[in-house]
Design a protein around this ligand. Structure first.
Ligand SMILES: [Zn+2]
Length: 138
């Protein structure tokens, strides 16, 4: 029996040679597919089942793909997007937490985020990024 598993392992390794294999993007795709299948089992929405199958097919396609550069680029873009989502949501919750202490606003010139301590009255503000001067009350 040991010989069988050894041979199977060797065959899988040989099959996966030169192929992309699993990465972060495929891992998160699978997690999303599993969540969708759970929601599907509760709601019976057939659309979810179709999306579930499509995600699995896409996942397997990416794992067995031999176009390593394309797959690596996809994964890199995905990781960058995830980092942005994490950073933005962290900043969002920080603004929410400090909403009583600071007034948050954007520069009318370049849309840079700024804050002013509440109760500090009317102020002339010069944007440190674009240099635009404007009036703000907090
Ligand atoms: Zn600005």
């Amino acid at each position: 029996m040991k010989g069988f598993w050894e041979r199977l392992k060797a065959r899988i390794i040989r099959f996966m040679q030169g192929r992309h294999g699993p990465d972060e993007l495929s891992m998160y795709t699978m997690i999303l597919a599993i969540i969708l299948s759970l929601v599907f089992s509760f709601t019976g929405l057939s659309v979810l089942y179709i999306v579930f199958i499509a995600l699995w097919v896409w996942c397997l396609f990416r794992m067995f793909s031999r176009q390593l550069e394309k797959r690596n680029a996809e994964n890199r873009r995905f990781l960058e997007w995830m980092a942005t989502v994490r950073r933005e949501s962290k900043a969002f919750f920080l603004r929410l937490k400090n909403a009583r202490v600071y007034k948050y606003f954007r520069c009318p010139g370049c849309k840079a985020r700024m804050r002013l301590k509440r109760g500090s009255g009317e102020k002339d503000i010069t944007c440190p990024r674009c240099g635009k001067t404007f009036h703000m009350k907090a």
